[in-house]
Design a protein around this ligand. Structure first.
Ligand SMILES: Cc1cc2nc3c(=O)[nH]c(=O)nc-3n(C[C@H](O)[C@H](O)[C@H](O)COP(=O)(O)O)c2cc1C
Length: 207
């Protein structure tokens, strides 16, 4: 866990080395200003064609957190956290709004070509397939989120151990929405486990 204040400058190495999953949090309210600043970083995540399919739901209401915990098979980190972020992907919202994602610096002709290409590509896919495609992009934002939280002195735990249909019901989300993770976060009130990872020669090959 990073114990720094938001004033200190941490390197990306510090943040990645200190981030680990924490499942017990200090009971306090997270300032909205911090959450806004974190999402201001997360929205800079890259995505193919800059489509930005990620949509975030921040839950702080006690009753809603209890319902989320029930949907997460009773995992207690959910109600321990002052706030829980649902990292979702909504490609149907993306395809309704292609013009918003096309870079304003492009010529009008280039913009129209790009919108036509995107419409043809994603229009030819099933809702399920483009939903899965969107999820691959949203997982990039999940990584940025975990590191950004750490940078603001918050620990977190990414979770996929929950009943997705139940969580959609609790938050009133559409059927097509996909989940990258549920992320309870706050200041750590317990240590997590030390890192346990493969050695480089297992995961990196040079050609
Ligand atoms: C997509 C995803 C889903 C996860 N789901 C859960 C979960 O449901 N419950 C949980 O306690 N931890 C969950 N974890 C946390 C992992 O167990 C943890 O990240 C991993 O063991 C590495 O430990 P570290 O995060 O402390 O470095 C999840 C992690 C990821 C990335």
């Amino acid at each position: 866990m990073a114990q720094q204040t938001t004033q200190e400058r941490l390197t990306i190495q510090d943040l990645i080395e200190s981030r680990h999953s924490v499942r017990k949090f200090v009971q306090e309210t997270i300032p909205k200003e911090d959450i806004d600043r974190i999402f201001d970083l997360v929205r800079l995540s890259p995505s193919a064609w800059n489509l930005q399919p990620w949509r975030f739901h921040v839950v702080t209401d006690t009753d809603l957190k209890q319902k989320l915990q029930d949907a997460a098979y009773g995992q207690t980190q959910v109600t321990s956290a002052p706030a829980v972020i649902l990292v979702t992907s909504d490609m149907e919202d993306v395809i309704r709004n292609f013009p918003e994602t096309v870079h304003p610096g492009l010529s009008e002709e280039h913009k129209q070509t790009e919108i036509a290409n995107l419409s043809s590509l994603f229009g030819g896919m099933s809702v399920e397939d483009r939903g899965q495609w969107g999820l691959t992009q949203t997982n990039i934002a999940l990584g940025f989120l975990l590191v950004s939280l750490e940078g603001f002195g918050y620990s977190s735990v990414p979770m996929l151990g929950f009943d997705q249909e139940k969580v959609k019901e609790i938050l009133g989300l559409s059927e097509h929405v996909k989940f990258a993770a549920m992320v309870p976060f706050g200041r750590a009130d317990a240590e997590g486990y030390p890192h346990h990872r493969y050695e480089l020669d297992k995961i990196v090959k040079y050609h």
